[in-house]
Design a protein around this ligand. Sequence first.
Ligand code: ACM
Ligand code: ZN
Length: 557
Amino acid sequence: MKQLIVCVMVALAAIASVAQGNRADYRVVPLPNVINGIKSADFKLTDQCLVNYPAVNRDMERNAAMLSQYVEELTGIHLSTRPCRDAKSSVSNQDRSGNISLLIDSKVAGDEGYSILVTPRGVEISGRTAAGVFQGIQVLRKSLPAGKSMQILLPAAQVAGTPRFGYRGMHLDCSRHFFGVETVKRYLDIMALHGMNRLHWHLTDDQGWRIEIKKYPRLAEVGGWRNGTTLGHNSPVNDGIRYGGYYTQEEIRDIVRYAAERYITIIPEVDMPGHMLGALAAYPELGCSGGPYEVWGQWGVTDDILCVGKDHTLQFVKDVLDEVMELFPGEYIHIGGDESPRVRWQECPLCQQRIRDLGLKARGKQSPEALLQGWFTTQMQQYLSNHGRRIIGWDELLGCDIDTSATIMSWRGAEPGAQGALQGHDVIMTPVGPLYFDYYQTDKTWNEPTAFGGCNTLKKVYDFEPVAADLPADKRHHILGAQANVWTEYITCESQVQYQILPRMAALAEVQWLQPEDKDYQDFKARLPHLVDIYKHYGWTYRAKSLTQEDEDKTDN
Ligand code: ACM
Ligand code: ZN
C-alpha cells in the first residue's frame, strides 16, 4: 500500500511538472508593461483552437498565418486560421469562443501597442493597427514553452505593452562581408522576435558594392568583387581569394516584402561621398584622380572618395538614388557621410573650382572642404526631399552645415546625438559604446571570435539610456530611438553574426521598449533563459557565457 501511495505521488508529481512545463509565461523579453493575472481557469491551447481574423483585412490574415506558423514551429501544435465577418467586419463573440482571435481595436494605446486578454473562453490579441497585433503575437509566441506539446495552458490574464521608441533598429553591414538572401531574412526573423521595426542595411562600401543598379551595371559586376581580403586586423597577409556578391533588384524586392510582412521598414544606406571605392573601381571617372582604383581588400578609411567637382558625379548619385527609391518605399534613405577624408578634394582642381564657384570660405572649425561636403549632402537631401523622402546621415554631418531636416545617427558616442537634438535634428542613438555589436562582449577576449575591439557587455547594453539626462524637455522628442550596428570586417558567416547579436539584442529590446524606471537588469537576466530556449529551438548561435553571473563579475566591474 505504502508503495502504491509513493507511486501515485511520483506520477502526480510527474504530471504536475509536465503541466508546469507546458504553461505559458508572459514575463517575456521585452517585458510587457502590464501583466494582470485573472482569477480564473487557464485557457487550453490545443490543435482544436482556431486563429480567427477579420475577413476583410489582408494584414490580419497574414498575421493569423504567422501566429499559426510560430505556434507550430515552437510546439508542434497546428492551428488552422479562419476568416470571420460579423456586423462590424470583426470576429463575433460566438466565433471567439474556444479560439484565439486577432482584433483591431482603436482603444489600444499606441500605433504598435498590443493587448492580450486570456480567459478560459478564449484569447484575444488586439491592436490599434495590424502592426500592434503583430507585436502582441510576438509576445504570445515568446510566452510559449519551446518543444513538442499536445496542449499548452495559458494562464488567464490581461497583458499589454506599447514601445517607448518608434525607431527600434538593427543595422547589418553586407559590404565588408556579403550575406545571402536567406541570412538577411533570418536576421529579420530575429528582429521580429525582439519587437524591432527598422533594418538599416549597409549596402555599399570600399570593400564591395552590393546592390544591382540597372543604369550602372559595373557597380555590382565590378564593384561587387575584391581580389582578396587581409587576414585579421589589416595584417600584411592577404588571402588572395576573390570574394564578393550582390543582391539583384528582384532579391531586394523580395527582402523588402519579407520585412514589410513583419512590420519592419528597411532603410538602405548608400554611403557617400566617402566609403565609395566599390563605385570608383567600377567607374574611375567618379574620383578626383580618375584612378585606376581597386575594390579594397583591407579595412579602414581610404582617401579616395567621390569627386564632387564634377557634375557627372552628382548625376550619377541621383541616378543611383532613383533606383534605390524605387526599391525601398520607406521614408528614409541613409546617405552615410561618415569618415570622408578631404585630402583629394584639397588637391583636385575641379573640387577647388566648385569651392570657388560656391563662394565657400572657412568658417570657425569648418574648412571649405567640410562645407563642400555639406553642399553635396544638401544637393542629395533636396533631391530626395523632392521625391518625398528624408535623409539620415552619420553624425559627421553636424560639422557640415546641414539643415535640420536631416536625421542624425549618433555613432561617435552619445554626445553628438544630444548636440544634434539641441540643434533641432531628429536623432537615432547608435553610439559605439555600447551599441556597436561588432565589438567584443567581454574584456576576456582570448576565447572569443575576432571582433573589432572594445567591450560592450550585455549589461552595458541593458544600462544604456538613449535620452541624455540634461536634454531639455522640449528637445527630448527628437530622440527617435536606438539601434545597434553590426559592421562585418571580422564577421564572415551567419553564425558569427548571430553570436555577436545574441543575446545583446534582447538587452537592446528592453532599452527600446521599456521606460527607464521599468528596467531591472536582474529581472531581465531571470527572464532571458526562456528567450534563449527559443534561440536554441531555432538553431541560432548565441553567446551562452553572457547568461552567467561569473562572466559579469569578471567583465563589468
Ligand atoms: C561608422 O561606424 N563609421 C559610422
Ligand atoms: Zn575632385
